[in-house]
Design a protein around this ligand. Sequence first.
Ligand code: HAM
Length: 460
Amino acid sequence: MATNNVKGTHDVIATEANAYSMVESVMKSLAELYGYNEVRSPVLEYTEVFSRGVGQSSDVVRKEMYTFDDKGGRSVTLRPEFTAGIMRLVIQNKLYATNELPLKLYYCGPVFRYERPQLGRYRQFNQFGIESIGHDSPYNDVEAIALAYSILQSLGLENVTIKINTLGDEETRNNYRTALRAYFEPHIDNMCEDCKSRFELNPLRILDCKVDEDRPIIDKAPKVSDFLSEASKARFDVVLESLDALGIPFEVDDALVRGLDYYSETVFEFHYQSLKGNNYGAIGAGGHYGKLMKDLGGPDYPGIGFSFGIERIISVLSDDDLLQNVESKLDFYVMPIGDESRQFALGVATILRSAGYKVDMCFDNIKMGNMFKRATNKRAKYAVIIGENEVKDNKVVLKDLEVQTQFEASIEELVDVVDDLFDQDECCCKKEGNEHHEGCCHNQEGEHHHGCCHNKKEGE
Ligand code: HAM
């Protein structure tokens, strides 16, 4: 049916939309704390960016890209991931020539993969990620993982498992590929069709196979750890020791190879078991890439980065009840009684909005009781009631919808009065059972202020 959304896409509505904003803003502000700057790359790239960048043997390029010819006959692709497009952006704009290295970039937006939709797996989903480009110290890897970990902690996700492995340098991977070919050769005729082509293109990809019948053979395959060059081993040791020193927990998983072809050295994934027990797959992943920029025609600079899957993060936050404070709320719902009050009420709404408050207003001629219902449904903190008398006397009636107290405020004093109301909401007295106590009002530079503790005994 033409009115349905495309399979594998999803509409983001109400609280979920707020959750996206909250998650993205936590991620952006932490990335900025770590010295990253935002870039926005196009959703559409020439197909070559991904076929050369992500690699011909990856499932993403072989099966999952939304690729089509534009009207000029050029093959273009909706980005199936960010990293290759970010490299194209850096090369084309020569960012490496005009900035200190490493270049530290973050990004956020939709990506497209033609996968089989299932729990935590969409065809259009969103990623937030970072890339640190042009500097090969293993401490860049550590810093990237530390940033990802602190983002997850700031979101309240405490039970994160970080799986980490090294794929080694080129020498390591060449030796490892040779060993894998030798190992799989006698078995490959009995393995799945995908494995057969992976055997030809890149036997490392066989390790990613999800076909149950192939797993017993794959599980006994040689491990990359047995082929690590001295340099790669030493590099990985620095990463693990530094993570330990920062108190970041991890599990070395020598079966972790990642699904994109550009990786070398450190690779990692973030997993999370939600309290409801749902398994959404990795909530984020990344790694080091030695030759990606060079393969795309740029200078020989390595990089390290990761991307989070925003949908998966929101799913685990929701499962763990960590999204309560993102529900839409209003500060004020303005309730004019009768047509004559409406223009005055609009002026009141404007004053409150200019002072930075979230305000909505009733435009219907309905009964007060129904207006209060609307105010409650919109989760307003206060109702602003405006009838004939209020217009005449240039004032409003404010009603606290939680404790049901009401009081008047003149228009001249309105902003001062509501500022006090909201200040006192933040005041610790309220949280401490309204008792004035040592350290109380610390938000007000330690001073007792108008409205402080007013619910208790005024002036205490
Ligand atoms: P990736 O592992 O392909 O890595 O994707 C990163 C994250 O995107 C995954 O961990 C998952 O949370 C989310 N994700 C992937 N596919 C789907 C899907 N179909 N539906 C919902 N979420 C999904 C990359 O994309 C690399 N570019 C990461 C990177 C950055 N490596 C270095 N720099």
